[in-house]
Every structure is written in structure tokens, then in C-alpha cells.
Design a protein. Structure first.
Length: 269
């Protein structure tokens, strides 16, 4: 079968015992980056006594995923296969989605282990009380696509989580400040690593905090939803409105099984 295994997002001690046992018996590793995976396995061998597996290591990424399925698809149901991304939960913002779809289409047994995820870790640390959020991963790098995606992230009505690279974080904060300088953000730097740091405040405040800082590491940005007050009208309130019968009939028809014509006839008699 194929097992999708989360890897630590920073601290190697976040690996699970279950993951180590599956690594030990795997015959084929599909990796976002084989060098990164082998580095992790050597570290687990040295620090936690894991037996380094006698396995084949094949790169499987956004550039070669389709081609790899043509090459190795026929052996995926015959071997113990492990898929890992460079860090965190596989398949989320990750080419492993191709592999999940392939397993489903070809009735190949697969499993996904729970484990480290920057998305849920950062949101839990944010302190934002709402239980709902949207995950946008990385925004487009530039142009109209980036502007449109950021505008949507800012105005979708939900707390929204983004990933951002260190060399674009300043640009992102400046873009958000132009749209809404008082928007509250939570920033998580280098989650689970030595220099992990949290920042919370308005984007204007955070820009001041970070302006003289050399920005390094990986960042998760949580944008707080802008609260809006919406007023909804019930039947009696709509009936009491001082407005012509035709638009009133259209409103009432939206809230009931009656047609506009039926409501209109009822209102004028």
C-alpha cells in the first residue's frame, strides 16, 4: 500500500513512532526531494535508533509527478510505498495530491498518517477564537493574480492563513497595509525551530516592529477576518416596509415557496 507520512516542520522530535516503524519497512520512497528525505532518515537513525531502510528513493514533485506515475504506477500496489514531502503534512499544498488521486482511480490501498502541520499549529497559536478558517497557501508572486488573490483573502469573511517566504514577507505586509492598515494579523516565524517567534497586532504595528529586522526563515501569516454586522429581515418586517408591492413581492418570494406573482396578487388585494 501507499502511506503518506508527515515529517517534522522543524524539530525532529516531532516525528511519530508510527512513522519511524513505517520508514523502516518501506521498500520504495517517493519524495518531494530525495536528498531532504535521506537527510531526515540519517538523523532519525543517529538520534532515535531507527534502522535505515534498504529501499529505493524516487523523486516525486510538481514537475515530474505525472511522468513518475507512468514509470512506477504498476508497482505501487505491490510494494510498501511511502510518500513524504520536505516538511509537514503531505498532499496539502504538495504534489502528493496526484498520488492520492491515482490510488483512488486504480483501487490501490493507501493511508494518511496524522502529524505535523504548520497550518493548524499557527492557527492554534494565533489565539483567534473563531473555529473557522480558510487556507490559501502561497499567493501568486506578482501581478493582477496576486492582487486579486490577496483581495479575496482579505474580504472573504473568514480568518485566512497564508504561507510566505522571507524575501516576500515585507511586500505582503505593505500590500495588506494599503488595503487595511488596522487589520489584525498573527505571524508565526520558524515554527517548532530554535528561533520560533510569534507576533500579533495590526499590520501597521507589525510593519513598525519588523522594519529594522533582517527577515529570515519560513513564515505563516494569519489574517483576521473583518467583522461585519448583517441585518436580516423576517416576513413581518418585510410586510411592514413602506415600498411598492412589486419589489416587496420579490423579497417575499425569496423567503418562501410562493412565486412573485402570488405574493403580488396577495399584496394588492
Amino acid at each position: 500500500m501507499i502511506t503518506f507520512i508527515p515529517t517534522p516542520i522543524g524539530n525532529p522530535q516531532d516525528i511519530t513512532i508510527r512513522a519511524i516503524r513505517l520508514f523502516e519497512k518501506a521498500a520504495l520512497f517517493l519524495c518531494e526531494d530525495t536528498r531532504q528525505t535521506k537527510r531526515l532518515l540519517r538523523l532519525l537513525e543517529e538520534r532515535f535508533g531507527m534502522t535505515y531502510p534498504e529501499a529505493d528513493f524516487i523523486s516525486f514533485n510538481e514537475h515530474n509527478g505525472e511522468e513518475r506515475l507512468k514509470e512506477f504506477g504498476n508497482v505501487l500496489s505491490e510494494k510498501e510505498v511511502v510518500y513524504v514531502s520536505d516538511a509537514g503534512m503531505p498532499v496539502i499544498s504538495d504534489p502528493g495530491q496526484l498520488l492520492v488521486a491515482y490510488a483512488q482511480e486504480n483501487t490501490i490501498a493507501y493511508d494518511v498518517l496524522p502529524g505535523a502541520s504548520a497550518v493548524t499549529t499557527a492557527y492554534a497559536a494565533s489565539g483567534f477564537e473563531e473555529g473557522k478558517f480558510l487556507f490559501y497557501a502561497f499567493l501568486p508572486h506578482k501581478g493582477k493574480e496576486r492582487a486579486a488573490a490577496l483581495s479575496e483573502a482579505m474580504h472573504n469573511g473568514y480568518n485566512t492563513i497564508l504561507y510566505e517566504s522571507p524575501h516576500r514577507l515585507e511586500k505582503l505586509l505593505n500590500e495588506i497595509e494599503v488595503l487595511d492598515e488596522n487589520r489584525e494579523l498573527f505571524l508565526a516565524k520558524e515554527l517548532s525551530k530554535k528561533y520560533q517567534t510569534y507576533y500579533r497586532g495590526s499590520v501597521k504595528e507589525l510593519n513598525c516592529t519588523l522594519k529594522d529586522m533582517t527577515i529570515r526563515g519560513e513564515w505563516v501569516v494569519v489574517i483576521r477576518a473583518k467583522k461585519t454586522v448583517e441585518k436580516s429581515l423576517n416576513f413581518s418586517e418585510i410586510l411592514s416596509l413602506d415600498m411598492p408591492p412589486k419589489p416587496k413581492a420579490k423579497l417575499l418570494a425569496q423567503l418562501s415557496d410562493k412565486s412573485v406573482k402570488e405574493w403580488y396578487n396577495e399584496l394588492i388585494h
